[in-house]
Design a protein around this ligand. Structure first.
Ligand SMILES: Nc1ncnc2c1ncn2[C@@H]1O[C@H](COP(=O)(O)OP(=O)(O)OP(=O)(O)O)[C@@H](O)[C@H]1O
Ligand SMILES: [Mg+2]
Length: 292
């Protein structure tokens, strides 16, 4: 998987280097969590690297987003728009749903292979454009499948329930269909303060941190994530130790299994074993093949 830099300081190391190219990420958060800011940072980073940007806005109008981006310190946004490197699609939920159904394939044909970055902010009104769950799933699934052909997609999703509850229909469907899911949590402390935490719920075809990480929204920088306490490390002490254990037990396991596991271990790191007891694993491997 080719990794691309997200544009959010502190996030790439939690995703083992960045977002997977041509993947679809869903960012879930309540009002004020920083979804639009993050979607803008993601596009900005792509433009800096010569990629094109497509910003699909279903909530705020183009002028409002530009104004907020400038306030966040991104004055150059107007140049990218003038140069037509950054394209805005200003739509409501119903209009965008009709666009997905009728015009998306020809739009994709025009842009195919463009390696753009596409932000959809927020996806929620698209979900609301129909109450039929099957249709919602078809619509979002089709949209993600098609837009991934144009580049790397980041869609935001509003969190309406009590903070942390992502079981509602309108969050669950996009979460299943996305390749990567990031939850922006806002926690109100008893003292009346607000703590912001980011958690990667899933990331297909990538290692990722399983922890919650504090983040801030800073003028000029946007979202800044504190990657400390990430379970991801480059160290390989545990797989090396397991290789040793395998070697010691090689009389109890078929040679072909030893060969395959030795090869697999080359790609693993300490964080892959964070919840695994090596002795128990070895015992289970021996039991699995004892009658082969
Ligand atoms: N210029 C700024 N300086 C400092 N902080 C800012 C600035 N602009 C926005 N913020 C912070 O970012 C938050 C809003 O971020 P953003 O608009 O990205 O949230 P959102 O998740 O898109 O919200 P909504 O769901 O309401 O659209 C504000 O509540 C504020 O804390
Ligand atoms: Mg917003």
């Amino acid at each position: 998987m080719n990794k691309i830099k997200s544009g959010i300081y502190g996030l790439n190391s939690l995703l083992d280097g960045g977002l997977n190219e041509n993947s679809a990420t869903v960012v879930i958060g309540c009002s004020g969590a920083g979804k639009t800011t993050l979607a803008t940072q993601f596009i900005r980073r792509g433009l800096e690297m010569g990629q094109e940007g497509i910003f699909v806005s279903l909530d705020e109008n183009k002028e409002q987003i530009i104004k907020e981006a400038i306030q966040m310190g991104w004055k150059k946004i107007v140049d990218y728009i003038d140069e037509e490197k950054l394209v805005f699609i200003d739509a409501s939920g119903h209009e965008f749903s009709a666009f997905i159904k009728r015009e998306l394939p020809s739009f994709v044909a025009d842009w195919k292979g463009a390696n753009a970055r596409i932000s959809i902010d927020p996806l929620t009104p698209v979900m609301w454009s129909t109450s039929d769950r099957y249709e919602q799933r078809e619509l979002i699934g089709f949209m993600l499948k098609e837009t991934r052909k144009v580049g790397t997609v980041l869609a935001t999703l509003e969190e309406h329930g009590t903070s942390g509850d992502l079981s509602g229909n309108e969050t669950v469907i996009p979460m299943y269909l996305a390749d990567c899911v990031i939850h922006l949590k806002s926690i109100h402390t008893p003292e009346g303060g607000l703590q912001r935490r980011l958690k990667i719920m899933k990331c297909r075809s990538s290692r990722h941190s399983k922890m919650e990480h504090q983040y801030s929204i800073v003028k000029g920088l946007g979202l800044v994530v504190n990657p400390e306490n990430s379970s991801l490390t480059p160290s390989r002490e545990v797989p090396d130790r397991f290789k040793q254990i395998l070697h010691e037990k090689k009389g109890s396991v078929p040679a072909r299994v030893i060969a395959r596991l030795t090869e697999v271990l080359e790609d693993l790191r300490d964080d892959d074993f964070s919840e695994i007891n090596l002795e128990t694993l070895m015992r289970e491997i021996i039991a699995e093949y004892e009658n082969d």
